[in-house]
Design a protein around this ligand. Structure first.
Ligand SMILES: *Cc1c(COP(=O)(O)O)cnc(C)c1O
Length: 372
């Protein structure tokens, strides 16, 4: 168990796919600030989104993102609402509406499929690769991707949260703008922003809490948005108004800023974060690989995710026993998504290595007990 300071609080190791575990130090800082922000005398929950105190918080958060990701002057960063799901619509509304070209989607799992459904409402969609034939257990090789002649953009999902497959390199899509749903591996590793036309991510997996969504947009793409878009669905509204055209989700923006600072000051920035995450994932994949098939990974080894480790046990009854035993050890929310079944361990940025070690030890013991 993770020990919080202060009053008696027992924290379990929470493997939830999202909203997910937060850094303990971030929770403690938010707790301390909740009654009164230092020097302000009111809670972050109570102050105006136009106040000088919130000016600072919003600026800190945006600077934190820019610093971690190395975002240059070609891109704008905006904070939005509506979750990653609204981006499934906003991306094609802004980048596809009125275009004669198709948008290409590389379909690697459940979230990509949901994105495609919304894009079809706005224009032509071409599925450049579909991994459904093998239940989305892998990513395409470069030769398997068939792009349309001059796509409006190419959309990928960097980490499919449900299947547990993750791109290990930036997909090469030629000169078309690359659009990426980074929701479940955002800020988990460095990313070369310059290669992307648009990156979007909800915060509640790796970067904070529900309510705020980050979008990073190449400036020239903003010119595609049409003037008849609803104001609040037009990226330009958020760029022009510094992510504050109306009341932003102030508490979620504040937490995102704290998480950025935690990654920078305590985790060695994104390179350090990536090392930490890869080491955690290896602990579990080593158990899978050494289990003689008892723990059968869903994703193929060359595509498996450092964020969501998905696997099956020999049968559903054994999986039930596994989950029950896990809870009794304070290892919670390990049930896989119903579409894949089995177990899913989500081990985002804030999952401490002790939590993963504890799960690893339990897995080894559980298998041994079944053998004897
Ligand atoms: C969680 C998730 C979403 C959906 O996010 P919401 O904020 O709930 O809309 C979309 N894409 C991916 C990859 C996700 O992991």
């Amino acid at each position: 168990m993770e020990r919080a300071t202060g009053p008696m609080v027992e924290r379990v190791f929470n493997f939830s796919p999202g909203p997910a575990v937060l850094p303990l130090s971030v929770l403690e800082e938010a707790q301390a600030d909740l009654l009164a922000l230092p020097g302000v005398g009111s809670s972050i929950l109570e102050i105006s989104h136009r106040s000088p105190a919130f000016d600072r918080i919003l600026d800190d958060t945006l600077q934190g993102l820019k610093g971690l990701l190395g975002i240059g002057s070609d891109h704008e960063v905006v904070l939005l609402q509506g979750g990653a799901s609204l981006q499934f619509s906003m991306v094609p509304m802004n980048l596809l509406r009125g275009q004669s070209a198709a948008a290409d989607y590389i379909l690697t799992g459940t979230w990509g499929a949901t994105a495609i459904k919304e894009a079809r409402r706005e224009g032509k969609v071409h599925v450049a690769w579909d991994g459904a034939a093998s239940k989305h257990d892998r990513l395409p090789t470069a030769g398997e991707i068939s792009l349309s002649p001059a796509p409006a953009y190419v959309h990928v999902t960097s980490n499919e949260t449900i299947q547990g497959v993750q791109w290990k390199h930036d997909p090469d899509v030629g000169s078309a703008p690359l659009v990426c749903d980074c929701s479940s591996d955002f800020l988990s590793r460095p990313i070369d922003v310059a290669k992307y036309g648009l990156i979007y991510a909800c915060a509640q997996k790796n970067a904070g809490i529900a309510g705020v969504t980050v979008a990073i947009i190449r400036k020239d793409l903003l010119e595609r948005s049409r003037d008849d878009l609803p104001t609040m669905l037009d990226y330009r509204t958020f760029v022009t108004n510094g992510s504050r055209p109306n009341t932003p989700p102030t508490f979620a923006v504040y937490i995102l800023g704290l998480v950025c600072r935690w990654i920078r000051d305590s985790m060695g920035g994104l390179p350090g974060m990536a090392q930490h995450n890869a080491a955690k994932a290896k602990l579990l994949y080593d158990v899978l690989d050494g289990s003689g098939g008892f723990y059968a990974g869903h994703a193929r080894p060359d595509c498996r995710s450092d964020m969501n480790v998905t696997f099956r046990l020999p049968d559903e009854a054994t999986e039930k026993d596994f989950l029950k035993g896990a809870v009794s050890r304070g290892l919670v929310d390990l049930k896989g998504h119903r579409s894949v079944g089995g177990i899913r361990a989500s081990i985002y940025n804030a999952m401490p290595v002790e939590g993963v070690q504890s799960l690893r030890d339990y897995m080894v013991e559980f298998q041994q007990a079944r053998r004897s």
